[in-house]
Design a protein around this ligand. Structure first.
Ligand code: GLN
Length: 483
C-alpha cells in the first residue's frame, strides 16, 4: 500500500478497495518502524490523522469525491498548524504551538487531506542539506551517509522512503527542487504569488513560495491544485484563476520549444550529470520537442545577489523573535538587553545567526547602496534574461544541481561551498518564475534531477512536460533499497 501514488490512492478510495483509515494506519506504522533511520519528522500527528481519515471516509460514504479526500500528506514544519507545534526547525520555536492554520494547511484539510505530521527542515529554511535543524540532520534514503538536500529535506526523505505519497514544502532558493533532485522526487516551485504565504513562517518574503513534493508530476498536479489560489490574507497572493492542473498533463509535446542555456554547462557541473541532462533532452526530442541553445548572461551574478537579498529579508523577518512575545526566552535575564541578546543567541543556530548578521550589514546605512541596492539591480537583470529567453522558447531545461547529494558533514565547515550548489535553482526565485525538478537518472547510486522552468503561471506546462517524460521513462519509479 505504501507504494501507491496520490492518483492511485484516489482511485483506490473511490473504488472502495481500502479506506483512508486503513491506509493511514499502515503509513503511521511504517513511519514508526522506518523513520528512526531518517529523522524526517519533527512531530507526528497520529491522532489527528486518524480523526481526519475517519472524517474523510464518512464524507466519501455520503457520496463526496475529490482527489485529496482521504489522502495522507505531511507539512513542512514552517506551515502553521493550529494547536500543533510549528518549530521551523529551530530551538527558538520549539515551544510554539501555532494559534491558527496556514492557508495552505486549511485548504488541504478542507479538501480532505490527512495530516500525518510535520516534517524536519533546515532551521528557518536556511540551508541545502537539512543539517542546520535543531532536531538533527535528516538522512537520504538512497544512502544514509548522504544528505537529502534542504531545506525541505524532511518532506523529501519521507516521500522518497515511501512513508507517505506527498508532502508540502517551500522554496526560497531551491528548497523544493534541490531535495527533489537529491531523493528522486518530482517537486514544483510555483510562480511567486500562486500559493498563499499566510501562516508560512517567513524566511525571505519576496522569494518564499510553497509547493508540492511527490513522486510524480501527476501527484504534484493534485497537491498543487489543493494549495494554489488567491488569498486576501496575503497581499502578494495573485488573483488569477487556478487552472485544472490534472487536465493539462496530457498535452502533446509536438513542437514544444526547449531552451538549453549554454551557461549551465560550465566547469562546476559534474560531467556525469551533464550527460544525464542531455539524455533527458533527447527523450523529449523523441516526443516532438525542438531544442535551441539560449543564453542567460547574468546568471553568474545570481548567487551573490541572492545571498545578499535573502539574508537581508531574513534579518528583518527574524527580528520578531526577541524572547518577549513568543518563542524561546533565556533563563533569568538581567535586563532587557540581556534578554534580547541571550534569547536570540541561545535560540538561533549558527547558520541563522550568520545570515542575520550578513543581512543586517547589507541593509545598514553606508552599505545599503553598495550591497542591497546592487543586488536588487542584478535581480532585475536576471529577470530580464528570462523574459528575453521566453520570447524564443517555451521552457528552459537544465540540471537542478551541479552535483549529486554530498556526504553528511561534507560542507559544514564551508558555508560558501554549500551556497554555490544553489547556482541553478535561485534564479527562478529571483525572477519569481515557476520551476520543476524531476528524476533523470543516477550517479554513483544517487539520484539526479533535471530542472524545467516556464513563464509566469505556466505550472500546467511544466507538469505537462514532466508527465509526458514520466510516461516514457522509469527513473521516478525507482525505490531506495530498504524502503
Ligand atoms: N539553499 C538556499 C538557502 O539556503 C535555499 C533555501 C530555501 O529555498 N529555503 O538559502
Amino acid at each position: 500500500m505504501h507504494q501507491l501514488t496520490l492518483a492511485e490512492i484516489a482511485r483506490g478510495l473511490a473504488d472502495k478497495k481500502f479506506s483512508s483509515e486503513e491506509l493511514t494506519k499502515v503509513l503511521l506504522a511504517r513511519i514508526a518502524q522506518l523513520d528512526p533511520q531518517l529523522n524526517s519528522f519533527i512531530s507526528l500527528t497520529g491522532e489527528l490523522a486518524l480523526q481526519q481519515a475517519q472524517a474523510a471516509d464518512a464524507r466519501r460514504a455520503k457520496g463526496e469525491t475529490g482527489a485529496l479526500l482521504g489522502a495522507p500528506i505531511a507539512h513542512k514544519d514552517l506551515f502553521c498548524t493550529q494547536g500543533i507545534r510549528t518549530s521551523c526547525g529551530s530551538k527558538m520555536l520549539d515551544n510554539f504551538k501555532a494559534p491558527y492554520d496556514a492557508t495552505v494547511v486549511a485548504k488541504l484539510a478542507a479538501a480532505g487531506a490527512v495530516t500525518l505530521g510535520k516534517t524536519n527542515m533546515d532551521e528557518f529554511a536556511m540551508g541545502s542539506a537539512n543539517e542546520s535543524s535543531y532536531y538533527g540532520a535528516v538522512k537520504n534514503p538512497w544512502n544514509l551517509e548522504h544528505v537529502p538536500g534542504g531545506s525541505s529535506g524532511g518532506s523529501a526523505a519521507a516521500v522518497a522512503a515511501r512513508l507517505l505519497p506527498a508532502a508540502t514544502a517551500t522554496d526560497t532558493g531551491g528548497s523544493i527542487r534541490q531535495p527533489a533532485a537529491f531523493t528522486n522526487l518530482t517537486g514544483l516551485k510555483p510562480t511567486y504569488g500562486r500559493v498563499s504565504r499566510w501562516g508560512m513562517i517567513a524566511y525571505a518574503s519576496s522569494l518564499d513560495q510553497g509547493g508540492p513534493l511527490a513522486r510524480t508530476a501527476e501527484d504534484c498536479a493534485i497537491l498543487l491544485q489543493g494549495m494554489a489560489g488567491f488569498d486576501a490574507n496575503d497581499s502578494t497572493s495573485i488573483d488569477e484563476p487556478v487552472p485544472d492542473y490534472s487536465a493539462s498533463l496530457n498535452g502533446s509535446l509536438q513542437g514544444l520549444r526547449i531552451g538549453v542555456p549554454k551557461e549551465y554547462f560550465s566547469e562546476g557541473l559534474d560531467p556525469r550529470i551533464a550527460e544525464l541532462i542531455h539524455n533527458s533532452v533527447k527523450e523529449l526530442q523523441k516526443l516532438g520537442a525542438v531544442v535551441k541553445e539560449i543564453s542567460l548572461p547574468n546568471m553568474q551574478h545570481a548567487i551573490p545577489a541572492y545571498y545578499v537579498i535573502a539574508p537581508a529579508e531574513a534579518s528583518s523577518n527574524l527580528s520578531r523573535f526577541d524572547g518577549v512575545r513568543f518563542g524561546y526566552r533565556c533563563e533569568d535575564p538581567k535586563d532587557l538587553t540581556d534578554l534580547y541578546k541571550r534569547s536570540r543567541g541561545e535560540g538561533f543556530g549558527a547558520e541563522v545567526q550568520r545570515r542575520i548578521m550578513v543581512g543586517a550589514y547589507a541593509l545598514s546605512a553606508g552599505y545599503y547602496d553598495a550591497y542591497y541596492l546592487k543586488a536588487q539591480k542584478i535581480r532585475r537583470l536576471v529577470k530580464n534574461d528570462f523574459m528575453a529567453a521566453f520570447n524564443e522558447v517555451d521552457i528552459i531545461l537544465g540540471p537542478t544541481t551541479p552535483n549529486p547529494a554530498w556526504k553528511l558533514g561534507a560542507k559544514n565547515s564551508d558555508p560558501v561551498a554549500a551556497y554555490l550548489e544553489d547556482v541553478y535553482t535561485i534564479t527562478a526565485n529571483l525572477a519569481g518564475l515557476p520551476g520543476l525538478s524531476m528524476p533523470a537518472g543516477f550517479v554513483d547510486g544517487l539520484p539526479v534531477g533535471v530542472q524545467l522552468l516556464a513563464p509566469y503561471f505556466q505550472e500546467g506546462r511544466l507538469l505537462n512536460v514532466a508527465h509526458q517524460y514520466q510516461l516514457h521513462t522509469d527513473w521516478h519509479t525507482r525505490t531506495p533499497t530498504g524502503f
